[in-house]
Design a protein around this ligand. Structure first.
Ligand code: ADP
Length: 432
């Protein structure tokens, strides 16, 4: 301020001196205009700088403006610094905003921000996909106009957001189950969080089915067993008759035992998430064991060919593999009528993959059943399965063991001709 004042006094003195001198030399009339002209110099300078400031401000390039000298330098410098700081702040805020948006987009959940009128202020890509929304098109639209499910509209109206809402048959193909909950925030705004619970719902349904199936499978032999017990208890039976009943009771008890054993095997396999170990399997010994068991089960009703076509061996868990192979062989025997033939073969294909296959000349399986055969308790011929002591879990066990050995279970079947079940092992599990 002092500098400005000093400068002003200095210019005024100069103007006065000039006016005095000029009025003495060229007449009094010239003194005043000369004085005014000198006084106007700083005004002109200020005007020029103001014009420059305006030009740069309009062009939004204040920061690159060259600094004038003198009194205006400080003003320009401070303005430039202010603008620089403001721009930096805007950039930082923009970056934070972008990061929030990125985080919300990265979330596996759908997110919708609603204003106090339930209009969509923002939503992420998952929410768009879940509800068929398009943020560009639907921004600031009321959400109840876009999601027309009565239970959702009721949920919004009720304002009871303590509990989530389950919306089933959602998505473009009605296949999604979504769990949605609204959370209040800010000024009467709401955040809708939407979780895709399709897999959880499926797993839950599978668990329920499984429990129902197990109960059903157990109830039948228990009921039959109790019936026999009551008969034996209440009737005077001859020894031969009683022995016959005991045999039948034994077979029902055996059925329950097999079921419990298979359930335990499955549970063990499921709880073990590690891949199977890489132990060398004694294929010839295993083939001999399988053949013995097969002949005992068949009791001469089938012809067998057991072939070990390669000297290469398999690396895996011997006990599990024996269980998987013998399941396939026993299925072939159980479903193939008398005089049928069964071929079990261990070989290595051209790609170096190991293959254990069991081919039979049984009834075959029509193609619509093939994708579901490895589901627990899925049976094509329910009565044949039960008659032959099947639990409906055999192929589910085989599939699990295959997975633990990174193997594929391939099923080829022609109805009326027979089926071939092949376990194909990756070449990493084949060894000399
Ligand atoms: P199960 O104990 O009933 O045999 P699995 O899981 O081993 O259960 O097999 C599932 C179903 O697949 C069987 O019920 C049967 O209908 C069918 N199946 C399995 N193997 C054969 C086969 N070799 N020939 C014909 N059908 C088969």
């Amino acid at each position: 301020m002092l500098a400005v004042l000093t400068r002003f006094i200095f210019i005024a003195l100069m103007a006065l001196t000039a006016a005095y001198l000029t009025s003495k030399n060229w007449g009094e009339t010239l003194g005043i205009p000369v004085g005014i002209a000198i006084m106007a110099i700083p005004l002109l300078y200020s005007y020029i700088n103001l014009a420059r400031l305006r030009k740069y401000a309009l062009a939004d390039t204040l920061e690159s403006m060259p600094l004038p000298s003198g009194f205006w330098e400080e003003i320009f410098f401070r303005l430039q610094r202010l603008v620089g700081n403001l721009k930096l702040q805007v950039r930082v805020t923009q970056q934070q905003h972008d990061r929030f948006i990125e985080a919300f987009q990265a979330s596996p959940n759908g997110i919708v921000m609603l204003d106090d009128q339930d209009q969509i202020e923002w939503c992420n890509a998952h929410a768009e996909q879940f509800f068929g929304l398009n943020f560009r098109r639907d921004a600031m639209q009321r959400i109840n106009f876009l999601i027309r499910r009565p239970e959702f509209i009721q949920y919004l109206i009720s304002r009871k957001f303590e509990e989530p809402l389950l919306l089933e048959r959602m998505g473009s193909d009605n296949s999604l189950s979504l769990l949605l909950q609204a959370f209040p925030f800010g000024d009467k705004r709401h955040l809708l969080l939407i979780q895709d619970v399709t897999d959880l719902q499926k797993a839950d349904a599978m668990r329920r089915d499984f429990v129902a199936n197990v109960s059903h499978e157990m109830r039948t032999p228990i009921t039959v067993l109790m019936g026999f017990l009551e008969t034996v208890q209440s009737l005077e039976l001859e020894k031969s008759q009683r022995d016959q009943y005991f045999d039948m009771m034994m077979s029902q008890a055996q059925r329950m035992k097999s079921l419990v054993e298979d359930l335990l095997t499955l549970a063990n396999l499921e709880s073990n998430t590690l891949p199977a170990p890489m132990q060398a399997v004694q294929i010839p010994t295993m083939m001999a064991l399988l053949k013995n068991d097969a002949e005992a089960l068949s009791q001469g009703r089938h012809t067998f060919h057991f072939e070990t076509a390669t000297s290469l061996t398999l690396l895996g868990d011997e006990r599990e593999l024996l269980s998987a192979f013998s399941n396939l062989v026993s299925n072939a025997i159980r479903y193939t009528p008398e005089i049928g033939s069964i071929t079990a073969k261990w070989s290595v294909n051209e790609q170096g993959q190991g293959e254990f296959s069991v081919a039979d000349t049984g009834p075959g399986i029509s193609s619509e059943h093939l994708p579901r055969l490895t589901e627990r308790f899925y049976r094509v011929d329910r009565s044949r399965s039960r008659e032959t002591g099947g639990t409906g879990l055999g192929l589910a066990i085989v599939k699990h063991i295959a997975n633990r050995h990174q193997a594929q279970l391939l099923i080829e079947s022609v109805t009326g001709k027979g089926s071939t079940f092949t376990l194909r092992f990756p070449k990493e599990r084949i060894s000399a």
